[in-house]
Design a protein around this ligand. Sequence first.
Ligand code: GDP
Ligand code: MN
Length: 387
Amino acid sequence: MKIHEYQAKELFRKYQIPVPEGGPAFSVEDALAAADRLGAYPVVVKAQIHAGGRGKGGGVKLASSKDEVKRLSESMLGMTLVTHQTGTAGKTVKKLLIEQGLNIEKELYLSLVPDRSSAMVAIIASEAGGMDIEAVAAEQPEKIIKVFVDPLIGIQPYHCRKVSFGLGLSPDLIKSFSAILNRLYRLFMEYDCSLVEINPLVITAEKTIVALDAKVNFDDNALFRHTDVVSLRDTDEEHPLEVEASKYNLNYINLDGNVGNMVNGAGLAMATMDIIQQAGASPANFLDVGGGASAEMVENGFRIILSDKNVKGILINIFGGILRCDILAEGVVQAAKKTGIQVPVVVRMEGTNVEKGREILKSSGLNLITAVDLKDAAQKVAQIVRG
Ligand code: GDP
Ligand code: MN
């Protein structure tokens, strides 16, 4: 799960990681009130979306007067912000962060991520932080340093020294940097994060270290023990169909293609997506209705696929083990009758009660195309979407 920068900075405050003064604004009036509270200029107006690269996309601007805060927040609220992380469609800006401007002397990069291959926490840092970090990683990889922390031992002073020396910090800054790194590590572990990133972590002209940006992602599987994090969820930032699917505990992810597909079991769903690609088409979604799905879950899943405007054909691929084929067929028929099917549907179904399932589909009066096996199913649906 992702949260906004202003929410991540609240978490940083809780851990005494220095951040600029400021707060969120949901309207122009809010923005002006927030600027008044800061009392001094420049003030930074920052678009809050769940994507990075805002600076380059025009989502981070400095204002030197109250008038400018007004002008900037008027133009930013409601704008479609396109960055290298949003895709071409961009994201609508609905929230801002109004912050005190700082005198930046140097921009560093600092992040923590789980490193799966070593089963450790990787501290990634660079003295060349800021908006071009991707280019630094690609062209000057020697400027990116990595220090691994064994989670059973935890972060130690030598880890902090290694990162500090790697960043070329002057001795007077090492102490405050190490304190920040320790607190960041604690936040990362205590909140079951999948990423904590500060880019840039700045050294100011006054020789203080401040997190100018903040990105915190959480492991969804650990959210049950962080109810405070769950309340930070912003469904404005998620795909509406994914929000809808999450209400029914469906594992649904919206994708770019035009073949909608409904499958039971994540492995079979991945194989189905591969075979759709092999047949020359591309999937519009990932949907695992689960091994033990009820007719109701199948119905909800099918309804969600049907409501995706990009879908030109649907492939239902079910291996009935725990989920019986007759239950699946009932769910499909119910959803189809309620929602109406505008696109061709190819069904490949095998397993428990398959005869009963086929009978339900056949007698439903719906126009369904049956496939003999997986390859046949993928080819049939690919042919349909190609027109
Ligand atoms: P991102 O582009 O989405 O990662 O947004 P950031 O929060 O990292 O901001 C982008 C850039 O804006 C930073 O790298 C800074 O160069 C600049 N910036 C942000 N806040 C300030 C500030 O208070 N003063 C100055 N001078 N520049 C700032
Ligand atoms: Mn940034």
